[in-house]
Design a protein around this ligand. Structure first.
Ligand code: 13P
Length: 250
C-alpha cells in the first residue's frame, strides 16, 4: 500500500519542518509506505529533515533530456542525486499548463527508469470525456503512448481531472472499472508488474472506501496532504483498513 503526498507548489521551510516534527515519534506501519513529493527546491531540505524516518521522497516532474540549456527545468539525475526514489510524470496540471504531450511523458519515463527513478505516470480524463462515455478509450491512448519501451515495474496514477481539488470522487464502480482496464491495457503490451494508484480529492472520510476497491494499490493525495493532521488521519485510516482486512483473512 502506497500513500503519496503531492505537495504541488505549496508549503515552505517552516511548514515542512512542522510537518516532519510531528512524525518523529509516529509509529509507522510496515504495510503502508509513504512518499512525499515536495516542490523541487525543498527536496534537499526535506531529505535532510527526514533522517531515519521511513519516508521516501520524489520529484513532481523531470525533463526528458539528461542535461543542457533548459532554463528552469530539473533533470532525473539531479532528483536522484538529492535522494529521490520516485518521480511523478504527466500530472494533469503539467499536461494542461505546460502542454506536456504523451510523447514527451514517455521520454521522461524512459530517462527516469535509466536513472533508477521509479516513474508514476498520471492519466485522467476531464468531465466531458467522462460524460460522453469515452473515459476508457481516452485513458487507453494516454497509457499506450506514455508507457516506456522497457520497464520491470510501473506505477500508473488514475487521477480524473474533474476530481482533482473538487471534493468529487468517482463512484466505486467507476474506479474499479478504470483500474481493471488500466492493468489490462498495460498487460496487453507487456506482462511486467503494474500498480495503479487513485488520486483526486482523497481525504480521511473517503480513503477507506477508495482502498476497498479492487486493484487500488494506494493513493496520490494533494490538498489533504498539506496539513499533518489531515495526512496522518488518512495514513491511520489506511493502516486500520489493512489491519481489518488482514484480520478477516486470518
Ligand atoms: P487533490 O487531492 O487536492 O484533489 O489533488 C490530487 C492530485 O492532483 C494529486 O496528484
Amino acid at each position: 500500500m502506497f500513500i503519496a503526498a503531492n505537495w504541488k507548489m505549496n508549503l515552505d521551510k517552516k511548514s515542512i519542518n512542522f510537518f516532519i516534527e510531528h512524525l518523529r515519534d509516529y509509529k509507522f506501519s510496515d504495510d503502508v509506505n509513504v512518499c512525499i513529493f515536495p516542490p523541487t527546491i525543498y527536496i534537499n531540505f526535506l531529505n535532510e529533515l527526514i533522517n531515519n524516518l521511513p519516508i521516501s521522497i520524489g520529484g513532481q516532474n523531470c525533463h526528458n533530456l539528461s542535461f543542457g540549456a533548459y532554463t528552469g527545468e530539473v533533470s532525473a539525475a539531479s532528483l536522484k542525486e538529492f535522494g529521490c526514489e520516485y518521480v511523478i510524470l504527466g500530472h494533469s496540471e503539467r499536461r494542461i499548463y505546460n502542454k506536456e504531450t504523451n510523447q514527451h511523458i514517455q521520454k521522461c519515463a524512459e530517462l527516469a527508469i535509466e536513472t533508477n527513478l521509479k516513474p508514476i505516470i498520471c492519466v485522467g480524463e476531464n468531465l466531458s470525456v467522462r460524460e460522453n462515455g469515452k473515459a476508457i478509450n481516452f485513458i487507453k491512448k494516454q497509457i499506450i503512448e506514455c508507457l516506456p519501451e522497457k520497464f520491470e515495474e510501473i506505477i500508473i496514477a488514475y487521477e480524473p481531472i474533474w476530481s482533482i481539488g473538487t471534493g468529487k470522487i468517482p463512484h466505486k464502480t467507476e474506479i474499479k472499472e478504470m483500474h481493471k482496464n488500466i492493468i489490462e491495457i498495460v498487460n496487453s503490451k507487456t506482462k511486467k508488474n503494474v500498480k495503479v494508484l487513485y488520486g483526486g480529492s482523497v481525504n480521511e472520510n473517503n480513503i477507506e472506501e477508495i482502498l476497498s476497491v479492487n486493484n487500488v494499490c494506494g493513493v496520490l493525495v494533494g490538498g489533504a496532504s498539506l496539513k499533518i493532521k489531515d495526512f496522518l488521519a488518512i495514513y491511520s485510516s489506511a493502516v486500520k483498513y489493512l489491519d481489518k482486512i488482514h484480520n478477516i483473512e486470518d
